[in-house]
Design a protein around this ligand. Structure first.
Ligand code: TEU
Ligand code: CA
Length: 562
């Protein structure tokens, strides 16, 4: 890929506006709160901000259910606030990428209201309506990502409409060229407003296999939609058309585009990010965050035994697979994933900051674009909740209700929910140890993580050895070392922790004669570094704590240049 594009050596920071900073005391984050905090982003050194949805929305799925693509939801502010945020970011050479949610709209979007007004509606074919089966049941056996059938019956017209997510998120019909053109026009409107690109929500689900065939039956008795909806027959065609109709309309600008593609494989991901195909720049694939999940039931209590060696091996497989032509996104966290320190690191007070740094050093040593999710730069951890009333995410609430109907109790489900529920990542950003953690002066929409008293920006920004300061160094290094951006990748040692004794994780990057070796210890015990991985004369360009050649302390990470 061309390594000269503006975003190549930049790290992207994801803001979940609802939980980032509340400027008016209503307990919900907003645009003015972000404007007041842009210096935090500039200090950290990130080069791009990806903003989760701020559009008009009934907030059924926290804004991933949009009722007006060209309006800012009043909860977050106004278009004037938005323009001020764009200016504030651009002043600091930080670009802005918006969240594009066009596999589905809200059921309150005027398009859907018109489509649902009757079979003869001019917009009927903008969504996916089907007759019931002869016995009146749903057109196929698919299970929604948010539990239950993916079909909602409309009494008035006697038809069902498709919704892969909540019933308030009807799927758009991408087979209809009018739908596609309306979406492209909306995208151009945002680019016109100064936006520098898009993160495209479940963009690999937009092309469904004709006939919408049943999927293989999963643990809940309903079928998976992935086989018929993921990476479908016209997926690449639509991405290429979008590129021509939207991004090619601005030949003097280059944009950053990242597709969110659950269930994508290497071959499709390579096609998506191959610059010659002019589709998107990269995708978020889900293999590594699926290693500890049970397919079809992410909250299952029993979980595959996932070890850090598996994680390292999967990341290396994607490095290999994308090679010199494709481009990886590098992420451990986002608003849908649990906190990486809790999932793969070590939550104990003595080790959590160290493990946060070690995980960051591991991820950023790979070839691709790193993503930092709000709070990850502080080493925030999962929530310790035990009551259903503490959760807000409809993915959890729907799941518990569906299982209750099968006679299963919340108490029985809690261990599986606690580990990977999305509220883990959605608690308010922890700015200080004040009562509202500096996030709000009001009642936060979602309870603060009690760990906010110890884990917060005020205790870390400017404090040597903090997780924040380590991220600042790590992000700056990417701009200083071409080998970190352009170097090829070799996994020297995936073995991280075995029963008897831990071993070091080691990777090597090579570019134009320069080499960078990254070494990390993912255990509490000291580990030896084999001679061959610390060449004589190597220069330590990054270390999470004081290091002596030949040995790594517990959860330590080191980068060597040679
Ligand atoms: O998530 C898509 C996706 O992959 C989800 O099915 C994810 O697997 C799930 O949230 C966790 O099991 C995107 C958004 O990131 C998510 O917040 C939205 O809820 C979803 O699409 C629908 O828009
Ligand atoms: Ca607010």
């Amino acid at each position: 890929p061309q390594l000269d594009q503006w975003w190549r050596d930049r790290v992207v920071y994801q803001i979940y506006p609802r939980s980032f900073a509340d400027s008016n005391g209503d307990g919900i984050g907003d645009l003015r709160g972000i404007i007041e905090r842009v210096d935090h982003l500039a200090e950290l050194g990130v080069g791009v901000v990806w903003l989760s949805p701020i559009y008009a929305s009934p907030q059924d799925d926290n804004g991933y259910d949009i009722s007006d693509y060209q309006a800012i939801d009043p909860t977050f502010g106004t278009l004037a606030d938005f323009d001020e945020l764009v200016a504030a970011l651009h002043e600091r050479d930080i670009r802005l990428v918006m969240d594009l949610v066009v596999n589905h709209t809200s059921d309150e979007h005027p398009w859907f209201v018109e489509s649902a007004s009757g079979r003869e509606s001019a917009k009927r074919d903008w969504y996916i309506w089907r007759d019931p089966k002869p016995d009146g049941s749903e057109p196929n056996n698919w299970e929604s990502f948010f539990s239950g059938p993916t079909w909602q019956f409309d009494e008035a017209s006697g038809q069902y409409y498709l919704h892969l997510f909540s019933r308030k998120q009807p799927d758009l019909n991408w087979e209809n060229p009018q739908v596609r053109q309306a979406i492209y026009a909306m995208m151009r409107w945002w680019l016109q407003r100064g936006v520098d690109g898009f993160r495209m929500d479940v963009i690999n689900l937009i092309s469904k296999v004709k006939g919408l065939p049943d999927g293989p039956v999963g643990p809940t008795g309903r079928g998976s939609c992935f086989e018929a909806c993921a990476n479908g027959p016209r997926f690449h065609e639509f991405l290429a058309e979008m590129h021509r109709e939207v991004f090619d309309a601005y030949p003097d600008r280059t944009f950053l585009t990242v597709g969110e593609t659950p269930g994508i494989g290497l071959d499709d991901a390579l096609k998506c990010s191959d610059p010659a195909r002019r589709e998107v720049d990269m995708v978020f694939q889900f293999e590594h965050v699926g290693l500890d999940n049970n397919p079809g039931d992410k909250f299952a209590v029993e979980r595959p035994d996932m070890r850090l060696a598996d994680l390292a091996g999967n990341l290396a497989a994607w490095q290999e697979g994308m090679g010199e032509v494709g481009w990886n996104s590098l992420y451990f966290e986002n608003h849908d994933q649990p906190r990486s320190v809790s999932r793969w690191g070590d939550e104990a007070e003595e080790w959590r900051a160290k493990s946060a740094k070690a995980l960051a050093g591991m991820l950023h040593a790979h070839r691709g674009t790193p993503y930092v999710y709000q709070g990850q730069e502080l080493g925030m951890i999962n929530v310790p909740w035990t009551k259903l009333s503490e959760f807000r995410d409809l993915e959890v609430l729907n799941y518990v209700a569906a299982r209750a109907a099968e006679g299963r109790s919340f108490a029985e489900l809690l261990p599986g929910i606690a580990r990977v529920n999305r509220d883990n990542a959605r608690t308010p950003m922890q700015w200080s140890d004040e009562p509202g953690a500096g996030f709000t002066t009001g009642e936060p929409w979602l309870a603060l993580n009690p760990a906010a008293r110890e884990i917060n920006a005020a205790a870390q920004v400017g404090v040597a050895g903090s997780v924040f300061e380590f991220y600042r160094e790590l992000i700056a290094l990417r701009r200083e070392l071409p080998v970190l951006v352009a170097g090829d990748f070799e996994l020297l040692s995936p073995a991280l922790i075995d029963a008897e004794r831990p071993t070091v994780w080691a990777v090597r990057r090579t570019f134009e004669g320069e080499q960078l070796t990254a070494l990390a210890n993912f255990s509490r015990e000291d580990v030896d570094i084999p001679e061959q991985w610390w060449p004589a004369g190597a220069e330590v360009v990054l270390t999470s704590e004081d290091v002596t050649a030949g040995q790594l302390r517990g959860w330590q990470v080191v980068y060597l240049r040679h």
